[in-house]
Design a protein around this ligand. Sequence first.
Ligand code: AMP
Ligand code: GLY
Length: 422
Amino acid sequence: MKLMVVGGGGREHAIIKKLRENPTVTEIYALPGNGGIARDATCVDIGAKDIDGIVKFAVEHAVDYAVVAPDDPLVLGAVDALTAQGIPCFGPNKAAAIIEGSKVFSKDLMKKYGIPTAEYEVFTDPESALAYLETAPVPTVIKADGLALGKGVVIAQTRDEAKAAVRSMMEDKVFGESGSRVVIEEFLTGPEVSVLSFTDGKTVVPMVSSMDHKRALDNDEGLNTGGMGTIAPNPYYTAEIADLCMETIFRPTVDAMNAEGRTFKGCLYFGLMLTPKGPKVIEYNCRFGDPETQVVLPLLESDLLTVMQATTNGTLTPDLVRFSKGHACCVVMASKGYPGKYETGFAIDLPDDVADGVYVAGAKLKDGVLVTGGGRVLGVTATGETLSAAIDAAYASVKKISFENAYCRRDIGARALKAGKE
Ligand code: AMP
Ligand code: GLY
């Protein structure tokens, strides 16, 4: 089997390493991949948003199965374009990817089908949004409708902050057309849980739950980032809550997408908040989360390719998806300064004895040497029988990896450990 994985971050590296475990896989192309992925796949210099280039490459190289991992190509219709050429794909088509591509769509879907989420209003012009904010309760949450590189959400503590967010999205267009509509929603509180699921549009099978650490600094301080680390499973997500989520959120979402004529196949990501009034949806993603994937896939005991193909073929069953009882922790090593300004181009010392659990996100090969090339450079994952064993093992590996200006949080998993003891 010749596979193609579209994307080039830590998530894609984790997917590729897992796919390689299948003995029928003879080749994996990564478009574009990165310097670290190059150890595990053939990297091809075609960008993840270059849909024509991706399809052309897949046809020319007789790719047997494609995995489209990032949000942009999914929302742009990469799966539709590949399928039209007879190449089976993992991921939703364009009609279904809108569940992430438009916050207005996803909020309206939840309202229409009674799926629990924050109360909200949609605005298409800045004047009415600003007028609404004169009396809106604070804190409040402002969300750009479209994709915004994960930066389109502002938690405003005051009305002035909220108005500034509306102006920058709707008037200054900092996210381009993504901000031409905004959602203003109720501020919710409670522990957050990420649940990725496989679905073929009929059956939905949740994966092991996880916890992201979005803030740049220890104790959840500092700016929001793409994610500084993850642990799995999430101790707040009990079996009872899992059952409730299946009944009130997961199943109803898959049914709602079918009822809308937008059958979702692939990985549907539920960003949940366990509020005092029960679990509510904070966001949907139409893809694997990053860095959630880096802790979820190492705990997957089943063959990933088999499960992915079952989502494409409509033959998914719960018994196909088995997870180990263990725990996993991923610590992201970033360039100092991220998510603000940072320097790159520093050589990475990545010893072979830790490379197995390392998923490279932002690094390039320069004259055969792996050098830093992004804000988040790599994720270091370890598994263990207990959460504390997984955390200790991840940090032990972090110690062995070095590059100039390396920065990581020191408390990944600390909150989860505390919660487990409560
Ligand atoms: P993202 O959409 O991944 O950029 O995430 C934005 C983050 O904002 C989430 O992980 C939550 O922590 C937070 N957030 C989003 N919506 C709400 C809400 N309605 N109430 C409270 N926090 C929220
Ligand atoms: N870690 C959150 C996301 O992938 O959007």
